[in-house]
Design a protein around this ligand. Sequence first.
Ligand code: SF4
Ligand code: MSK
Length: 631
Amino acid sequence: MKDENCFTTVEQMEADSAKLYELSKASGAQTWEDRNKNQTPHCKFGEEGVCCRICSMGPCRITPKAPRGICGADADAIAGRNYLRMVAGGCSAHSDHGREICHTLYAAKADGYYKVTDTVKLINLAKEWDIETEGRDIYDIAHDVALCGLNEYGKPFGTQKFLKRATEERQKTWEEQGISPRAVDREITTAMHMTHMGNTADAEALVRQSLRTGMADGWGGSMMGTEFTDILFGTPSVRETEGGLGVIEEDMVNIIVHGHDPAMSEMIVQASEHKDLLDLARSYGAKGINIAGLCCTANEVAMRHGVKMAGNFLQQENAILTGCVELIAVDVQCIFPALGPLSECFHTKFITTSEIARIPGAIHIKMEKENALEQGRQIVKMAVENFANRDKNKIFIPKTKEKAVVGYSCESILKQLDTVTNSHLDERNTYKPLIDCVTSGVLRGAVAIVGCNNPKVRPDYSHIEIMKKLIKNDIIIVASGCSAQAAAKAGLLSKEAKNLCGAGLKRVCELADIPPVLHMGSCVDISRMMLLATGIAKDWGVDITKVPVVGCAPEWMSEKAVSIANYVVSTGIDTYLGIEPQVKGSAKMMQLITQGTREITGAGYIINKDPHELVQAMIDGIEAKRAALGI
Ligand code: SF4
Ligand code: MSK
């Protein structure tokens, strides 16, 4: 059984990256490390959120000597507008992804490439949305559900249907505070309109719209993205895989899938199992076809097929630098434009597949729902035929990889909890066993750790340090996105990681047969975490703000993360950030996001760039919630 010294450390990961970086120079490659040097120090006005370029009288920058822009907007207005625009950008990305999945479900047919896999989930959702199910063909139901979902993006009246899943207390708070989101597109448009020149200059109003726009993401677009993906490709179930650059195989054709929307990667995974393509790979001297993932596409296919995870956000270039990636196929979001020129330094073919993400230097194969599998085959064939073009002098695959258990959807968690309560039938399909562990003190609480990497902090270090300290303190973790992959690389998604836990969490891991860090999926799957927290609050019978559960994004970088943080706070969950939101130039905005939202939603941000201080603040926050509950 592995002990503390046997898991891959951040130092080992850094040594791998350093070696790859060094070798990259011989290939004429440039990586984020080079560009980061060129970009630092960053512009102070941008970093503090007090540069406005919303109209062409500007850009206006706020200084003590020039406290207002030409139109009279002050630092609070400018930082607030920039912040809301980040939320709108993030909400639009998640929600357009969710909408695309709705369209994929709408196009699903019994003899098509996209089919309904989880019929139970489909029928449950149809019933939730008052769509007739009795005696109807499953695809007729699917089309009605998809249409109903699509309507959530642009309906003229009413609020998001999924809000009804929340606790009554949350629904009441959202309604009273005026942050229940209407149609997804409406909230994004309102955010853009409010921040147009000559509109809202009041920071609090901008923060309120940030909360509502974030809600349109988490309880709208993202939640639909998750539900519809499960219906199409199956609700994730527990399965084993591996994580780390060592999953790239020297003697196989390696294809990397990267991005977020699994419609493309699902077809590539299917095609890679076709006998004729495997035979073709063998005919080129390869032992087979190895698919590995990056970023959230990795999470999607790992949870449903056990596909291995090559790495997270700041490792996307490293994968190509191994010299053994025949092809990298991307869909949407978090894809470095640098992959175009970088792949040209190697034999790697770089394929874009979405009109949303067109990148110079890529071969563009627009995925069409009617031809999706043929296109998946075309991509796999291209990779196989490229195997012979490897340059043997450019090969270096780090050996580091760890075992990982993935696929903890809410359904999987409930199922796992049932295994420990088989004698208490009244406690089946509930979170009560988990709640009992928390109230008895065996577990102190739970943390949802999410988000990206960011060169502003030591990549992966914050994720891994924070997770290790939490599990040592008997705090269970749910993780998604690139945070989950950081955990995978460090072995924290393996069952052996129980040896890094405090006695209470170790016992829970043994009884429930789970790792201490539960992989819940991709960025849109943070909606699963909202439903998990909601389920716990309902089963416990306390307000969600009182449950000893907090959220954490130690290394976040994207607009999507700002949107997520807004819906997590709106859901009543304190959110600990390791990167400062770019509003520091406004004391009022800093007050609003850390304290002001507590008056509106009962939760706010705690910000600290030092991971050790941040994790201690989390532990203190969880203990304070326990004390308030009298446990
Ligand atoms: Fe300057 Fe106002 Fe225009 Fe912004 S909106 S660029 S602060 S004049
Ligand atoms: S992929 S949004 S870098 S978590 Fe979802 Fe990772 Fe952040 Fe993209």
